[in-house]
Design a protein around this ligand. Structure first.
Ligand code: LMR
Length: 397
C-alpha cells in the first residue's frame, strides 16, 4: 500500500516560483521583477551597512545561543513597537506589546491562529486584490475569508466601493488593511480615506489587522506609520503585523512581530498569554539573529541614524526608478497609459498588463513579473529601463 498514492501536486508558489524560473533562464538580458526584494545599482540585494556593523558587534559580544523566550527578544520587541507606534505613543507604557515572529508572514500566521482560537466566529476581510499568501494563510487557519473591493479592472483605487462593502461586513469581523505600499497594487489610501475607513471600522465594531511590511518604502518611516498610529490612537484594540525583511534588508533572517494594542494592561497580558501558547505550537521560540541585529541598530543612535539614511536612499531610488520607467515609455506613446506607476508607492506596481502580456514578456523578452501584472519596481535596473520599455511596448501594441 502506498500512503502517498492519493496525494496530488499543487501548483508552485505564484511569487517564490519565479525565483527558480528566473534562475533557469539562460538569456543574459533577463530582468527579474518578481519577488519583492530591493536591488541596488549593481543588481544585488545589499546588506545595509548598519546591519553589517551591528552583526560585527554581535559576533564579538554574543555569549550564548540558548533559547530566547516565547515572545522573543524583549529589547527588539520594545524598540520595534516604538518604531511602529511612535516613540511618544501613550500606548507604549502598558497597552501595546510585540511578540517576535519569523518574518511578517509568521506574524500573519500567528494572528490567523489567534483569531481562529480566541475569536472563533469571526471572519476576515481582505482587499481584492491582496498578497496571494494572505488568502492561503487565513484559509489554512480555518477562517471564513471575505473580500472588499480595492483596485478594479480599470486599475484604479475604488475607495467608495471599499467603504460601501466594509459597511456591510458582519459586526465584529476582522478587516485586514495594508498600512502602506499596498501589495500587490502599490495604490495607497490618502489620509482622508483612512479617516473614513476608521469611521466604518468604528461603526461596524471591526477589529483591524494592519499589515505593515514596508515601513519606510512609501513616503518615509514616520509618514508610512500614519494609518497605524491613527488607528492605535482612536481604537481600543488593534493587531499589527510588522516586518523587518525589506526595511532592514533581513529577508532570510525571518524577522518580524505581531503587535497587539489592547484596552487595558491586564487584557494585553491575557492576549499575550494566548499568543505565547500558539507560537509555542507553531515554532516554539523565534530565531534570534535578525531580532538581535534590529535591536542593536535601534538602540544605538549612530547606527539608527545610518540605517534611517539607508532606508531613505532605498526609498528614493525606487521612486526615481518609477519615474524613469514612465519616462522611458514616453517615446513609445505609453507614458500616459502607465502614469499610475509614479502615483503608486513602495516596491510594487500593478502595471495593468494582462496575464497574456505578462506571459509574452517572459517568453519573448525574459522579463519576469507576477501573473497578475505586479512588477517589483525595486528590482529595476536604471540602465535597462529602455530595454524594459521596448519590451512592454511590443506586448502592448
Ligand atoms: C512579495 O510579495 O514578493 C514579498 O512579500 C515576498 C514574499 O514573501 O512573497
Amino acid at each position: 500500500m502506498s500512503h502517498f498514492h492519493s496525494i496530488a501536486r499543487v501548483p508552485g508558489d505564484p511569487i517564490l516560483g519565479l525565483i527558480d524560473a528566473y534562475r533557469a533562464d539562460g538569456n543574459p538580458a533577463k530582468l527579474d521583477l518578481g519577488v519583492g526584494v530591493y536591488k541596488d545599482a549593481q543588481g544585488l540585494t545589499p546588506i545595509p551597512c548598519a546591519v553589517k556593523l551591528a552583526e560585527q558587534r554581535l559576533v564579538e559580544g554574543e555569549t550564548t545561543k540558548s533559547y530566547i523566550g516565547g515572545h522573543g527578544d524583549a529589547l527588539f520587541a520594545s524598540l520595534l513597537t516604538q518604531l511602529v507606534l511612535g516613540a511618544d505613543s501613550p500606548l507604549l507604557t502598558e497597552r501595546a506589546a510585540a511578540t517576535q515572529t519569523p518574518g511578517g508572514t509568521g506574524a500573519l500566521r500567528l494572528a490567523a491562529d489567534f483569531i481562529a482560537r480566541c475569536l472563533p466566529s469571526r471572519g476576515i476581510w481582505l482587499s481584492d486584490p491582496t498578497w496571494p499568501i494572505h488568502e492561503s494563510i487565513f484559509a489554512a487557519a480555518g477562517l471564513r475569508v471575505g473580500h472588499y473591493p480595492y483596485v478594479g479592472t480599470d486599475n484604479q483605487l475604488q475607495v467608495e466601493a471599499m467603504l460601501a462593502a466594509l459597511s456591510h461586513v458582519p459586526k465584529g469581523d476582522v478587516v485586514l488593511l495594508h498600512a502602506c505600499c499596498h501589495n500587490p497594487t502599490g495604490f495607497d489610501l490618502s489620509a482622508d480615506d483612512w479617516r473614513r475607513v476608521l469611521e466604518v471600522v468604528k461603526a461596524r465594531e471591526l477589529l483591524p489587522l494592519i499589515d505593515f511590511a514596508y515601513q519606510g518604502f512609501g513616503d518615509g518611516l514616520e509618514q508610512d506609520a500614519f494609518a497605524v498610529r491613527l488607528f492605535a490612537a482612536e481604537l481600543p484594540e488593534l493587531l499589527i503585523t510588522s516586518s523587518c525583511s525589506k526595511n532592514f534588508g533581513l529577508y532570510r533572517e525571518r524577522t518580524g512581530a505581531l503587535i497587539v494594542c489592547a484596552e487595558t494592561a491586564t487584557k494585553l497580558q491575557d492576549v499575550r498569554s494566548q499568543l505565547a501558547f500558539i507560537a509555542r505550537n507553531l515554532w516554539s521560540t523565534p530565531p534570534a539573529h535578525g531580532a538581535a541585529v534590529v535591536a542593536s541598530i535601534l538602540a544605538d543612535n549612530e547606527l539608527k541614524r545610518l540605517w534611517m539614511d539607508e532606508v531613505e536612499a532605498m526609498r528614493q531610488r525606487i521612486a526615481s526608478l518609477r519615474a524613469g520607467l514612465v519616462e522611458a515609455l514616453q517615446p513609445h506613446g505609453l507614458s500616459e497609459r502607465f502614469a499610475h506607476i509614479t502615483q503608486q508607492r513602495g516596491m510594487f506596481s500593478y502595471t495593468g498588463l494582462s496575464p497574456t502580456q505578462v506571459q509574452r514578456l517572459r517568453e519573448d523578452f525574459s522579463v519576469y513579473m507576477v501573473g497578475s501584472g505586479r512588477a517589483n519596481m525595486a528590482g529595476l535596473d536604471a540602465n535597462r529601463l529602455d530595454q524594459l520599455a521596448s519590451a512592454i511596448a511590443r506586448v502592448c501594441h
